[in-house]
Design a protein around this ligand. Sequence first.
Ligand code: OAD
Ligand code: ZN
Length: 313
Amino acid sequence: KLPNYNTIDDAVALLKSSRNIVVLTGAGISTSLGIPDFRSKETGLYSQLEKLGLGISDPQEVFNIDIFREDPTIFYSVAKDILPDTKGLYSPTHAFIAKLQDQDKLLTNYSQNIDNIEANAGIRPDKLVQCHGSFATATCQKCGYKVQGDTIFADIKAGNIPRCEKCIAALRSNGSVKRKRSYNKSTSKKTRRRSTDDDDDDDGQYDIPAAGVMKPDITFFGEELPDEFSQRLVKHDRDLVDLVIVIGTSLKVAPVSEVVPYLPPHIPQIYISRTPVSHINFDIDLLGDCDVIVAELCRRAGWNLEHPMLKPD
Ligand code: OAD
Ligand code: ZN
């Protein structure tokens, strides 16, 4: 590498001179909002799940697609706790990424997060790749039918397994419902008297286990990442990027962990996190609370980063 970048002032100079910054983010940029990351000891989701004893050997299996296909109840027992909430909050680090965007410096924010908080900060959809998908849509595991994610939120919150409405409709029309209704008739006079309406909500109940399970379109271990991830990285960003900033991720999960080594080696790379990584070498490591670090970078760059969680000078 020609120039030698090491210090926070090198980072500031790079921020000021760069025009096409790739920002790669992980769960660490949302922890200041009270959302746990995955791998921090004690506070991370995986260490919390270990304490619950869900009958799985490794808490990551909650997001394993084979386990989900065998038994979706494991995922759905924790899903209600990781649903994105709609309070509209975002952290100073999200505000920093939006600031880069507003200055026309943001090439792409590759986010591994499924909390959808980037939108709250005003990061535009055309600048964002949600590498691990999101709760925005959900798909039937049996027939592939896709719905808006929020249509299954009520089930998730209630701790129910959401089922596919299209599968249920198909079961109804091929007569499965009739079998169930005659079963009801023979067992309950009350049901027989009341159950005159074909669209009675109770009607589907017995057939529902035969309908496909809906899964939010977040990327599980064992699933492909959204096409947009590699498309944009390979066909667009690789040739344009002039600075990479990685924030709040342990870089333990492939293929996102391979983004930095994939980019041309002369592109300067900055790592911002509480915990250093040893498996990937960065030009500049800025270790500590990411909100504090980005605020200091902005201060030194002469950029005004406003956020209610940041103290005025
Ligand atoms: P991790 O929990 O693995 O890493 C978060 C990193 O952020 C850790 O290094 C923390 O030390 C650091 N961190 C936490 N809070 C911070 C703060 N306020 N300031 C600075 N650093 C902070 O989370 P990810 O790397 O995002 O995937 O995890 C990657 C993927 O693994 C997730 O997308 C998820 C998970 O399994 C799936 O579920 C498919
Ligand atoms: Zn279906």
